[in-house]
Design a binder for this molecule. Sequence first.
Ligand SMILES: NC(=O)c1ccc[n+]([C@@H]2O[C@H](COP(=O)([O-])OP(=O)(O)OC[C@H]3O[C@@H](n4cnc5c(N)ncnc54)[C@H](OP(=O)(O)O)[C@@H]3O)[C@@H](O)[C@H]2O)c1
Length: 247
Amino acid sequence: MKDYIPRPDLLAGRVILVTGASSGLGRVASLAYARHGATVALLARDEARLETVYDEIVAAGGPEPAMFPYDLAVADDRSLDTLAGTLAHHLKRLDGVLHSAHRFYSLTPLELQTLEQWQTLMRVNLIAPFALTRACLPLLRQSPDASVIFTGETHGHQPSAYWGGYAVSKSGVETLTRIWADETGSEENLRINTLIPGQVATTLRSRTHPGLAPETVASPNDLMPWYLYLMGADSRAVRGQIVECQP
Ligand SMILES: NC(=O)c1ccc[n+]([C@@H]2O[C@H](COP(=O)([O-])OP(=O)(O)OC[C@H]3O[C@@H](n4cnc5c(N)ncnc54)[C@H](OP(=O)(O)O)[C@@H]3O)[C@@H](O)[C@H]2O)c1
């Protein structure tokens, strides 16, 4: 997959919602999707950082994006339905969702993690991606080729000490993917997969491995062949898969 070369117009005419669009992989994927023709709906909490990504896309000549400042930690069905309705009203269609937002506290033993931390981890990393996808399903089903990409984590896949509630939430994302892919298996125009980025030089990485130089791991740009492949029509046959970018 790392050698995948997407057509310049791979995502032309498509509308793609990206959560966590203000930073790291979500930001770089938003820029890549826009560069390949997509109108990107940018979602995160920090409006100023979203505006910076908006400006970057416009400055690069991409289709004008939309911004959705929104806190996934306090999401409820009503506000998510409103969000999907606003998206439908202004952008008229939805062809993909990349769930890249996440909440992480720190690497600690389970006995030091609190119920409140676990609730937020589950809400941002697992429950909100589920509920946002559910709210967007009616729009996605109208697309001729819709792709939903959840973001997993190696420790959700292979748990180890200190990753605690974060790993558990990401493990749930894999289960969610498999159940939803099974339930929508007969819908040829809708596919649901999970991407596991592996080690990438972002803010998260600097918090989990503060002593390691960022240049020793992949950059977000290195992973864009996977992000573009799974979002575009070339991956139509890929369904219900847990795809590791750096196996
Ligand atoms: N980097 C790695 O090595 C690595 C490895 C494996 C998996 N991943 C996964 O890849 C994804 C992206 O990671 P990253 O390293 O690129 O992260 P990042 O740079 O820390 O960005 C996280 C994004 O999530 C948004 N966010 C956080 N809380 C939110 C909330 N309550 N509501 C809405 N948005 C929220 C942040 O924006 P605001 O602060 O503006 O809300 C930001 O845009 C995550 O799902 C992560 O688990 C990363």
